[in-house]
Design a protein around this ligand. Structure first.
Ligand code: GLC
Length: 541
């Protein structure tokens, strides 16, 4: 660690084993300079809020220099702050002030690809086929007599082909390059030693500025099979399977070991990887002792509000991590996944409810699931706005800016609806997020009741529920132990117990149920004559 800051975190270096990490999506968190996009000064301004909420750490989605085609996940200079968000001095201030409040700071690292505006890509375009400059990426000749067919049949996660053809300086069509995401995000070739060297330099650059770790984007990508074999199955946009040659190549683990070696030079730091694989064995390989400290396991973020599905997601996640002695992680949503309130809302067409009624049930279920995830052992990630019970926003087509919308030929609306700015205060959009009403995504007018200001003093609000839950999780000895023991529970319900004595019960049935014996610590909605109502969870000791 550098000398510029002395931490006061206490004796343990492994804070990440049992932490609550809050994901700040900087574009949408707080805009202090009034340009309609959130910034680092805005994050500093809200650190008091995060301290009040009681989180241990934040994860900042990308803030490095970027043309913002994929809103920061297209990095043009990984060792500088994009002027849209601020500068390095503001970043250093954010880290220091967060540390003063005992909040650790982790940030996104995007090793799989660069922006097409990165200097390496410009050099590659200017260089000959077969040159060292092109070898940092995946440049290949096209198939067919005239090279007019892409080198294989891979599709981009965002829609369309995963290959784009370049025009050479003489105006002739040339080679193709690989991009698993947007064409403006060319994939890097980790077989080229420059790539790993540069990643190490980037990690040290930020670690020397006292960051406490990274969220590693596309951790299951990075390595590609040598012969780039065709895909067998057509896959949906934003999805892939475990046998998809684009991802989860065995060579990725050597890269993770190199990343871990750098982290081990900085005690007390930790990484969490974005690992979209579904088999437990495949997942466990990423969190072996010399690879990632933590891996995002997305099972809980992708199941319905259904007792069997939730129980299975928890059991499978625990099985995956315990097989290698790793720490489980839990999350209900992020900037790529629809917000839980919307996901859990019954389908109005099937339920006969109107949209508002359906969302009200979704909100109750999201509160219940918050108590479930916060009752579990390991580390929990909360996406900004989840603590306010925000739903996805309904956005008009002309407001959509996620590249998925364009690249899918307007067949997939993409992820903008879960990325709308945070409502802080007041009665009109953008609710204190910015001084301009012209925010990068519009904030729905009907969020007035969901602002931080509206919820802070209301003890029944979702924000208050989160604050109480975080405080209890932090303070109570009953939350100790690495396992969960399942209780018998009525149909459509789950109940489990931590070794320390905490019991969590969740009712996903349609009838109120009796609680397990014990003293109630917290309920996600009030009990009904001593019974646990549908769409509710409780903590007991
Ligand atoms: C990850 C990010 C996502 C981004 C993609 C490409 O999946 O979470 O937001 O679009 O990587 O970098």
């Amino acid at each position: 660690m550098s000398e510029q800051y002395v931490t006061n975190y206490g004796p343990t270096d492994d804070w990440w084993r049992n932490a609550v990490v809050y994901q700040v999506y900087p574009r949408s968190f707080s805009d202090l300079n009034g340009d309609g996009v959130g910034d680092l000064a805005g994050v500093i301004d809200k650190l008091g809020y995060l301290e009040l909420l009681g989180v241990d750490a934040i994860w900042l989605s990308p803030i490095m220099r970027s043309p913002m085609v994929d809103h920061g996940y297209d990095v043009a200079d990984p060792r500088d702050i994009d002027p849209l968000f601020g500068d390095l001095a503001t970043f250093d201030k954010l880290v220091a002030e967060a540390h003063d409040r005992d909040i650790r700071v982790t940030m996104d690292l995007v090793p799989n690809h660069t922006s097409d505006q990165h200097e390496w890509f410009a050099q590659a375009l200017a260089a000959e086929p077969g040159s060292p400059e092109r070898d940092r990426y995946f440049f290949r000749d096209g198939l067919g007599d005239d090279g007019s067919q892409p080198p294989n049949n891979w599709t981009s996660v965002f829609g369309g082909p995963a290959w784009s053809r370049v025009t050479d300086e003489d105006g002739e069509l040339g080679q193709w390059y690989l991009h698993l995401f947007a064409p403006q995000q060319p994939d890097l070739n980790f077989e080229n030693p420059d790539v790993l060297d540069d990643l190490r330099a980037t990690m040290r650059f930020w670690l020397d500025r006292d960051v406490d770790g990274f969220r590693i984007d596309v951790s299951h990508g990075m390595a590609k099979p040598a012969d780039l074999p065709d895909m067998t199955d057509a896959v949906e946009i934003l999805r892939h399977t475990d046998d998809d040659p684009r991802f989860n190549d065995p060579g990725v683990h050597a890269i993770h070991r190199e990343i871990r070696a750098v982290m081990d030079e900085y005690p007390g730091t930790a990484n969490v990887g974005e690992v979209w694989v579904s088999s437990n064995d495949a997942f466990a390989e990423y969190v072996r002792r010399d690879e990632l400290h933590l891996g995002f396991n997305f099972r809980l973020a992708t199941v319905d509000y259904d007792a069997d599905q939730v129980r299975e997601a928890i059991t499978e996640s625990l099985t995956a991590t315990s097989s290698v002695g790793a720490v489980p992680t839990w999350t209900l949503s992020n900037h790529d996944v629809p917000r839980e309130v919307t996901r859990y809302a019954p389908d109005p067409a099937e339920s006969g409810l109107n949209g508002g009624q359906a969302l009200a049930i979704g909100a109750l279920r999201a509160r219940a699931m918050a108590l479930v995830e916060l009752a579990l052992p390991g580390t929990v990630f909360i996406y900004n706005g989840a603590e306010l019970g925000l739903p996805n926003a309904d956005l008009p087509d002309d407001a959509l800016v996620d590249p998925v919308w364009e690249n899918s030929g307007h067949t997939d609306r993409g992820r903008d609806e879960c990325r709308v700015p945070m409502p802080w205060e007041g009665a009109e959009p953008p609710f204190g997020f910015s001084s301009t009403p012209d925010t990068w995504l519009p904030v729905p007018a009907d969020w007035a009741g969901l602002t931080v200001e509206a919820q802070l003093e209301d003890i029944f609000s979702t924000l208050s529920l989160y604050r109480q839950a975080l405080e209890l999780r932090y303070a109570r000895p009953e939350f100790s132990g690495d396992t969960v023991e399942w209780y018998g529970a009525p149909d459509g319900c789950i109940a489990f117990r931590r070794p320390g004595g905490l019991i969590c019960a969740m009712n996903a049935s349609t009838e109120p149920i009796p609680l397990p014996p014990g003293q109630v610590l917290l309920v996600s909605t009030p009990l009904d004559n001593g019974l646990l109502p549908p769409n509710t969870a409780a903590w007991l000791i």
